[in-house]
Design a protein around this ligand. Structure first.
Ligand SMILES: Nc1ncnc2c1ncn2[C@@H]1O[C@H](COP(=O)(O)OP(=O)(O)OP(=O)(O)O)[C@@H](O)[C@H]1O
Length: 247
């Protein structure tokens, strides 16, 4: 069974290829980290997979009607904008309502609890800090309670503890049998929490496998242009970038 199937997804901007024939499938139980340098095409790949931007090739999600897609996949974009001064509880409930469920559906309380937001539930969402708002928006996506969650840099701007907590939440979803696709820049977080890593480089999928198989010194140099110190800890590997290769 596949939660997402892409077949030769390609897209160009101003005659420059941004996605080059990306084919892959995402299965239940996978927490897939999407890695790549700035501009590699991570956001574009997720948006094209969701049908939010036009691309050639096929995506199993892009051809769904909006209501079907809302029941299949929750999407957390990179831009974190909370426009209305509503309560945290109400904002999270919009996730449930996106798929036609009631504001008090159990998925809403579960999402608030999962993201540790009970102390904030009656606060005005626009008055929260940037990192707190990021957790609220992830909670809204969780409240949609879908088989697949796609999140674009959900831990950017979170403090280290909240990054770990958020990654644990995403991994737990996968361990429960859902699928997760999450773009990240922290190689250690990706290695420790994801079951599988995809690496994009200049719009091409250049690696797809376990963190151990993917995050080699050669790949870090060739794709990310870094020499990194790897430390193996009881929690898993961490990577400390030390120098660039090219200059
Ligand atoms: N509308 C557009 N017009 C021109 N170029 C675009 C457009 N949208 C995206 N691009 C280019 O496509 C490439 C991929 O962008 P994308 O946002 O997918 O990268 P990313 O891997 O998510 O990067 P980051 O890590 O910086 O978020 C970039 O070079 C970007 O400049």
């Amino acid at each position: 069974m596949s939660l997402l199937t892409l077949d030769r997804l390609s897209l160009s901007r101003s005659s420059t290829p941004v996605l080059r024939e990306i084919s892959l499938t995402i299965a239940p139980g996978e927490c897939v980290g999407l890695l790549g340098p700035n501009g590699a095409g991570k956001s574009t790949l997720m948006r094209a997979a969701l049908g939010l931007v036009q691309a050639s090739g096929q995506s199993s999600l892009a051809r769904l009607r909006p209501a079907e897609r809302a029941a299949q996949v929750a999407w957390l974009p990179q831009a974190r904008e909370i426009a209305w001064p509503v309560s945290v509880a109400h904002l999270v409930s919009l996730g449930a309502m996106a798929r036609g469920r009631a504001e008090d559906h159990p998925s809403v309380a579960a999402a608030i609890a999962r993201m540790g937001l009970e102390p904030f539930r009656n606060r005005v969402a626009t008055a929260l800090s940037g990192g707190e708002q990021a957790r609220v928006l992830l909670a809204r996506a969780l409240a949609q309670d879908t088989p697949l969650l796609m999140a674009d840099e959900p831990v950017a701007g979170l403090d280290p503890a909240q990054q770990i907590r958020s990654m644990r939440v995403l991994r737990a979803l996968a361990d429960e049998g859902r699928g997760v696709v999450v773009s990240l820049h922290d190689l250690g977080l990706a290695a420790r929490h994801c079951t599988r890593l995809l690496v994009l480089h200049q719009g091409a999928l250049v690696a797809d496998g376990t963190p151990e198989a993917v995050l080699t010194p050669e790949l870090l140099a060739g794709v990310f242009d870094i020499i990194a110190h790897r430390a193996d800890t009881p929690e898993g590997p961490s990577f400390q970038p030390l120098a660039t290769v090219s200059e």
